[in-house]
Design a protein around this ligand. Structure first.
Ligand SMILES: NC(=O)c1ccc[n+]([C@@H]2O[C@H](COP(=O)([O-])OP(=O)(O)OC[C@H]3O[C@@H](n4cnc5c(N)ncnc54)[C@H](O)[C@@H]3O)[C@@H](O)[C@H]2O)c1
Length: 333
């Protein structure tokens, strides 16, 4: 049996815990979460894990691997402690809100030789995986440009916004990563603009709720990202890849496939209401891949270096918006 310790029993920690518990070879033996809540107690009860301090977990030789799903400002510290053990780690994105700390943590991890998988679950979504293969095969000719839409159904609580690091580092980081994953090449330049058009409280907190970001890849291919904190119909996650001989589209997933048709027209269901439902199979596949990394050393689709590169693009976007100019990614080191 593989013994895993989980850090954080919140929104995403619960998803990872249930996916880990569905793998027969895994036991969730320890949980670190200092805040008492119904969610924490329920997780302890259904997993049989014991509640422990992080330091006790990292010094326990019987624990085989770590899943870090605690708030972002804890990730770097836990990764540093994990690196000392050399055991496999899954860590949620982003690694830190300070880019210098992300780079330093990646350096420590590399030096320690610890296997680290980063929480870019979209890389495990069956449709995104298939799309990447289609692009790579070249069967539709060269991919020329991508248009991506990511809109939350509604803004998160203000307290979340205040500690999120902002729209680019928090939400758009998945799209930055997806761009690199689909095109399989690095981005060299970022032009971003943003505004607060949805909720003035987000602007008062120093963030934006709407952004347009244009990326140029090293071969010259272009990506247009559109990110927002609200969509009137629910969670909006669409993407279009324009190739020489075909256009690939990933649509929203409707809550049901049933279509009602009458004299007024055709009525389809709205999309599933949040990212946890939309990417449920990706989160499951992600934990299975983590298990494969622990037991067989299978390389994950998202590494620490992918975390660094996605965040480099987020930092470049922020700089571009602040200084109202295209930013060369090289400026970020
Ligand atoms: N990949 C994704 O799709 C995705 C989705 C959501 C969140 N996230 C990331 O996951 C992390 C957690 O987000 P969330 O939405 O689950 O937050 P959350 O606030 O719902 O949960 C965080 C949990 O961590 C606990 N916690 C607080 N301090 C802790 C500590 N020192 N040690 C251990 N646990 C501690 C809290 O009590 C809470 O239960 C964030 O970094 C976020 O960016 C990633």
């Amino acid at each position: 049996m593989v013994s895993i310790a989980l850090f954080g029993a919140g929104r995403i920690g619960q998803v990872h815990a249930d996916n880990l518990l569905s793998i027969p070879d895994i036991t969730l033996s320890a949980l670190a979460d200092p805040v008492a809540s119904e969610a924490r107690e329920s997780l302890l009860a259904r997993s049989g894990a014991s509640l422990r301090e992080p330091e006790a977990i990292f010094s326990d030789p019987d624990i085989d691997a770590y899943v870090i799903a605690s708030p972002t400002d804890t990730h770097a510290r836990f990764l540093h402690l994990a690196a000392r053990t050399g055991k496999p780690v899954f860590c949620e994105k982003p690694v830190s809100l300070e880019f210098a700390q992300v780079v330093e943590t990646a350096r420590i991890i590399q030096h320690a030789g610890s296997p680290v998988m980063l929480g870019f679950q979209r890389r495990y979504d069956p449709e995104f995986m298939q799309l990447r293969q289609s692009i790579a095969s070249g069967e539709a000719g060269r991919a020329q440009h991508i248009v991506m839409h990511t809109r939350d159904p509604a803004p998160p609580p203000l307290a979340y916004i205040q500690s999120s690091g902002g729209l680019f580092r928090d939400q758009a980081i998945h799209d930055f990563d997806m761009t690199r994953y689909l095109l399989d090449e690095e981005i060299v330049s970022v032009s971003a603009t943003g505004a607060c058009l949805i909720d003035p409280a987000i602007g008062a907190a120093g963030d934006i709720d709407t952004a347009m970001i244009t990326l140029r890849a090293s071969s010259g291919r272009l990506v247009q990202m559109i990110n927002a904190r609200h969509a009137a119909f629910g969670y909006d996650q669409r993407l279009e890849v324009v190739c020489e001989r075909a256009v690939f589209t990933i649509r929203n997933h409707p809550a049901t496939q049933i279509v009602r048709a009458d004299a007024q027209g055709f009525l389809t269901a709205p999309p599933v209401s949040n990212f946890i439902t939309r990417f449920a199979s990706a989160y499951r596949a992600e934990m299975k891949a983590f298990h494969a990394m622990i037991v067989s050393g299978v390389k994950p689709l998202a590494t620490m270096q992918d975390g660094v590169e996605a965040q480099r693009l987020a930092e470049a976007a922020l700089l571009s918006m602040q200084e109202n100019r295209p930013v060369s990614v090289r400026e970020l080191g």
